[in-house]
Design a protein around this ligand. Structure first.
Ligand code: UDX
Length: 441
């Protein structure tokens, strides 16, 4: 017990807080660090500043067990551990779309001067290829131990809503380093998982950085591919749901991330493909990723198409109409509204003169702060009251299970746009609804 490995986790946002709690759960002694004092106070008090199923219990249990602590002090983190994980955000820059590296740079700049013992720093954040090599040099230059402060890169692939599961049971561990000491530290961190058969891939720094953005680019492409098929299906008289099912039985294609609808949003896929394109441009290989511009454009067109369908349904004009929007989070089981397709659609419809009322099981607070121009209701029925059209834009289970009879009693007109292909058209039509979806007749 006394010689349990100690780890510091720098950045306690979505990725960092989840990583810190999971590593403590795995038996390590963990210190989470953030420059945001309010965030640290919240975590210390045992509450998670965002919605992530299962994380609260993990946080509380490990705080109580004394395996998990939080600080705002880099000196304390450096004294506490010889292994430091960088989990800070890399947001999108205005204009160029490139990744903003200020938090990653500042994590290294603030930690390095305290590294007086041989130390390993491992980046987990999503960064443009080439960043890690620069950071490694910067770390060695600023640390009192010099070259004995070593940096590796090990991207994470966790999905919001499944963060705990994905961290405890990753489908692969990728580490970019040529240092045996970095390799040893990271292997001991994931020894349980490696013993359970999780593949461990040792690469150079650049490949490790690329794995993450390549994976997200592929996933975004897969979604936009099926959404492009939805566009074609709409005009050709085909059904994209049947098309996707038929494609999915080819195991070279597979059925995952082939769900047509309003498209992708969130804090990762949209920003990562844009940052990847910006980086390709800098590297002089812009044409290699120009297809991602199409991926982005297809994704944006789904939002416009959803708005068009709703407008058609209510007779061609939003002015003076009442619109109910079900969903604000960028996906179910999350309260994250970053680049949320649902809120984007809701805000555009409101700007066209409709009275828009939004309901979401978890994201209302955040939505209210970002979009004060929208109305909010605290239940599905309250949001739908008097609506000329209902739009289902985030496929929460609660909406999938909605009762068309009950909803039909409160709306002004039984018209629904299923932006996520989450409902059974036959069921809703037989309850008297005019049902429209993306990619179907
Ligand atoms: C994603 C990656 O999955 C994860 O590996 C990476 O670490 C971070 O980015 P996340 O942003 O949490 O995770 O969401 P994800 O579940 O991947 O969904 C992304 C978006 O795609 C959501 O808006 C979702 O609604 C949309 N989506 C997903 C579709 O439109 N269709 C699909 O078939 C699947």
């Amino acid at each position: 017990e006394a010689d349990r490995m100690r780890v510091s986790v720098i950045g306690t946002g979505y990725l960092g807080a989840t990583t810190a709690a999971c590593l403590a759960e795995m038996g390590f002694e963990v210190l989470g660090l953030d420059v945001d004092k309010a965030k640290i106070d919240t975590l210390r008090a045992g509450s998670v500043p965002f919605y992530e199923p299962g994380l609260d219990e993990l946080l509380e249990r490990n705080l109580q067990a004394g395996r998990l602590g939080f600080t705002t002090s880099f000196a304390e983190a450096a004294a506490f551990a010889d292994l430091h994980l960088i989990c800070v955000g890399t947001p999108q820059q205005e204009g160029s779309g490139a990744a903003d590296l200020r938090y990653v740079n500042s994590a290294v700049d603030q930690l390095a001067p305290h590294l007086t013992r041989p130390s390993v720093v491992v980046g987990r954040s999503t960064v443009p290829v080439g960043t890690a090599a620069t950071l490694a040099a910067r770390l060695a230059a600023l640390a009192p131990v010099g070259e004995e402060a070593e940096l590796g890169w090990s991207p994470e692939f966790l999905r919001e809503g499944f963060g705990v599961e994905d961290t405890l049971h990753p489908n692969r561990i990728v580490l970019g380093t040529d240092s045996p000491r970095v390799e040893k530290a990271v292997r001991s961190l994931w020894q349980q998982q490696i013993d359970e058969g999780v593949p461990f891939l040792l690469t150079d720094l650049q490949t490790a950085e690329l794995v993450k953005v390549a994976a997200n680019a592929f996933l975004a492409t897969k979604i936009s591919f099926i959404n492009a098929m939805a566009e074609v299906s709409e005009v050709a008289g085909a059904d994209v749901i049947q098309l996707a099912e038929a494609l999915s039985y080819d195991d070279r294609i597979g059925g995952k991330f082939l769900g047509p609808g309003l498209g992708f949003g969130g804090g990762c896929l949209p920003k990562d493909i844009r940052a990847f394109m910006a980086r390709a441009d800098e590297l002089g290989v812009e044409p290699a990723l120009s297809f991602l511009r199409e991926v982005d454009a297809i994704n944006q067109r789904r939002r416009a198409r959803t708005i068009d369908i709703a407008r058609q349904l209510i007779g061609g004009n939003f002015a003076g109409s009442t619109v109910a929007v079900l969903g604000a989070a960028f996906k179910p089981n999350s309260d994250d509204i970053r680049d949320s397709p649902a809120l984007d659609v809701a805000a555009t419809i409101a700007s066209l003169g409709a009275r828009v009322t939004v309901y979401d099981p978890q994201a209302l607070e955040r939505a209210r702060q970002e979009h004060p121009e929208l109305n909010y209701a605290d239940s599905m029925l309250a949001a739908a009251a008097g609506a000329d059209v209902v739009l289902l834009l985030t496929e929460w289970q609660e909406f999938r299970e909605a009762n068309p009879e009950a909803l039909g009693e409160v709306v002004a007109d039984k018209r629904i746009v299923d932006g996520r292909n989450a409902l059974d058209p036959t069921f809703w039509r037989s309850a008297g609804w005019t049902y429209r979806a993306l990619g179907r007749q």
